[in-house]
Design a protein around this ligand. Structure first.
Ligand code: ADP
Ligand code: MG
Length: 339
């Protein structure tokens, strides 16, 4: 866990160096540790200073609301009591999570939480549960078990929720909205590898975002974007090796109850909205390269880049011209996905 955090911190520094965010004098940066990860917020302009202080406060509030490891959080109360009063913000996020679960035909499903715990991903005490335990925990999975009514949320049938696959992206959206309302025209926020941008760089050029390789601290390449989010789910964090040598990552298939075992090793989504990009990066990881391509063709509205275990990087046509692979990196072949 410590090592992961150090690696992430190094990555944040690398990104900060490679991005050279605001070129004019009036840029402000805040660094913080929240939602179990390192975050860097940079905004340009006269209103940046105060707006960033407000953004840090907002992130800490969201962490206190949505952490499953903090017993006092709204989410922990809901998971423990099965029915609880929730804030407007929590209700909205739960609503978004339900929508994304339906949109992805259940590949994104925050009710995998009992399985996340059974495999030890919450505590770091990893464990391979038996088949019968997995089968019985799968009965608890399904977002239809969540109901929202007035200011109250309820969970039926022993269901529990973990918003770790969407909360950072959603928080990034809230941060950018706060900055926009404060008059900021140019900003970049990096919430533990989830990068979200407001406008372009102050000189009008695109933001250049590094996509981290799942095999270490190197980059798969960079994408250039304006006003877009670039959000990655990788097998690099929180994975463990079982006694039989199998490596298990922290994204669980809601269909099998097991950590995803398909050809995907890293999935990056580029979209306007962070909540969408975050949930989709997790969902596409569950789908794997072929189903993810079919899903993109059927829906669109986002672009994605997915690395498979043979070193092929699948890139959708809308983002291909903005992508530059890293020299000598882990990408062996780039394969365009066309509509
Ligand atoms: P990270 O938050 O590590 O950057 P993700 O956005 O992909 O990565 O979210 C993974 C987290 O979401 C896991 O740690 C777990 O809490 C939760 N999760 C795991 N599998 C799923 C799934 N299929 N759908 C929704 N959430 C999931
Ligand atoms: Mg995600």
């Amino acid at each position: 866990m410590k090592l992961n955090k150090i690696a992430l911190w190094g990555m944040a520094l690398l990104m900060a160096l490679s991005l050279s965010a605001c070129t004019k004098n009036k840029s402000e940066t805040r660094e913080l540790f929240a939602m179990d990860t390192y975050m860097t917020l940079t905004a340009c302009g006269d209103s940046a200073d105060k707006a960033l202080d407000d953004a840090v406060r907002l992130i800490n509030e969201n962490d206190a609301r949505w952490s499953v490891t903090r017993p006092e959080s709204e989410l922990s109360h809901l998971n423990a009591q099965k029915s609880a009063a929730v804030s407007e913000e929590t209700k909205r996020l739960l609503g978004r999570a339900s929508e994304m679960s339906a949109f992805t035909d259940g590949a994104f499903d925050p009710t995998v939480y009992p399985l996340v715990k059974a495999w030890g991903f919450t505590t770091g005490a990893h464990w391979v549960p038996g088949d019968s335990e997995i089968r019985s925990l799968l009965d608890l999975v399904g977002m239809e078990k969540l109901s929202l009514s007035g200011a109250e949320a309820s969970l039926s049938g022993g269901a529990q929720i973990d918003l770790g696959g969407i909360a950072k992206g959603y928080t990034g959206d809230m941060v950018l909205s706060l900055l926009r309302k404060a008059g900021v025209k140019s900003a970049i926020v990096n919430l533990g590898g989830n990068v979200q941008t407001l406008g372009s760089k102050p000189d009008g050029s695109a933001w250049r975002i590094g996509i981290r390789s799942p095999y270490g601290s190197s980059l798969l390449g960079t994408v250039e974007v304006r006003n877009m989010c670039v959000i990655t789910s990788g097998a690099y964090e929180r994975s463990f090796t079982a006694p039989d040598g199998t490596v298990y990552g922290h994204i669980i298939s809601p269909f099998t109850g097991r950590p995803v075992q398909n050809a995907c090793v890293s999935s990056t989504v580029v979209a306007e909205e962070g909540a969408t990009a975050d949930a989709l990066s997790t969902a596409l990881f569950v789908m794997g390269p072929e189903k993810a391509a079919e899903f993109w063709k059927a829906h669109g509205g986002f672009e994605f880049l997915m690395l498979d275990d043979q070193g092929t990087l699948y890139v959708t046509e809308g983002i291909l011209s903005s992508f530059t692979p890293a020299n000598g990196g882990d990408v062996k072949t780039v394969c365009e996905i066309k509509r």
